[in-house]
Design a protein around this ligand. Structure first.
Ligand code: SAM
Length: 213
């Protein structure tokens, strides 16, 4: 079911000082937006923001950027980021299609992709956030030996993504088709929803060594 369009979402995000709206020309300057210089972790498709806000609470020595292209869901993330009022989390309303307009080379230490749309039809697979078209871009914005953590409920997307990461030269460090969750672990809105339904969560942790290029 489609979410009803919230006409107030864009104005509310625009007024939120923690949120950067479709930024351009900030490449290489994201560190300046935080109180401390420390590694930057980016979540692409952050949705309502639950996962990254909890990560920011738990891990003050990392700077977090939550990014999503849909104002409708992301307005909730914006409100959560504002409410926690932490020095180590900001948000970007922006599309992963434009990552190279937003980030500089090697600016990001880790990327999280949680429960992205599976796009099952062949003609739509290029839209998957783990498709090689996106992986090529992630390789540019990631630091040497940068990591990606990917979670999904979808078997086909998971198996295809293993192939995508391997084909693009990522080293698979953890591959789990039925990931456990700890009591205090940060999880996203969709992860809690699928877990409640008893759906197995598939998880990959991969690393990219730029010396191989
Ligand atoms: C199924 S939701 C998952 C949200 C959240 N990660 C979670 O696990 O609860 C997928 C999210 O990815 C976002 N998304 C899809 N394609 C995107 C893109 N190209 N750039 C940025 N966000 C995207 C959607 O707007 C949506 O909020």
């Amino acid at each position: 079911m489609r979410m009803r369009k919230k006409h107030w979402a864009i104005p509310m995000l625009t007024e939120n000082s923690y949120i950067y709206m479709k930024p351009k020309g900030e490449n290489g300057k994201w560190q300046e937006k935080f109180a401390k210089t420390q590694p930057i972790h980016l979540e692409i498709g952050a949705g309502r923001g639950d996962f990254l806000v909890e990560k920011a609470r738990q891990t003050p020595n990392i700077n977090y950027i939550a990014m999503d292209r849909e104002a409708n869901a992301f307005v909730e993330a914006g409100e959560k980021i504002k409410e926690v009022d932490l020095p180590n989390i900001i948000g970007i309303l922006g599309d992963a299609d434009h990552l190279l307009d937003i980030f500089g080379e090697s600016e990001i230490s880790k990327i999280y992709i949680n429960f992205c749309n599976p796009w099952p039809k062949n003609r739509h697979k290029k839209r998957r956030l783990t498709h090689p078209i996106f992986l090529e871009v992630y390789k540019k914005i990631l630091k040497d030996n940068g990591e990606i953590e990917f979670k999904t409920d979808n078997d086909e997307l998971f198996e295809d993504s293993i192939d995508y990461f391997e084909k693009e030269g990522f080293d698979i460090e953890v591959l789990d088709r039925d990931k456990d969750v700890n009591e205090d672990e940060a999880i996203s809105y969709y992860e809690s929803k699928w877990r409640e339904q008893g759906i197995k969560i598939k998880y990959l942790k991969v690393r990219y060594n730029k010396e191989k290029e």
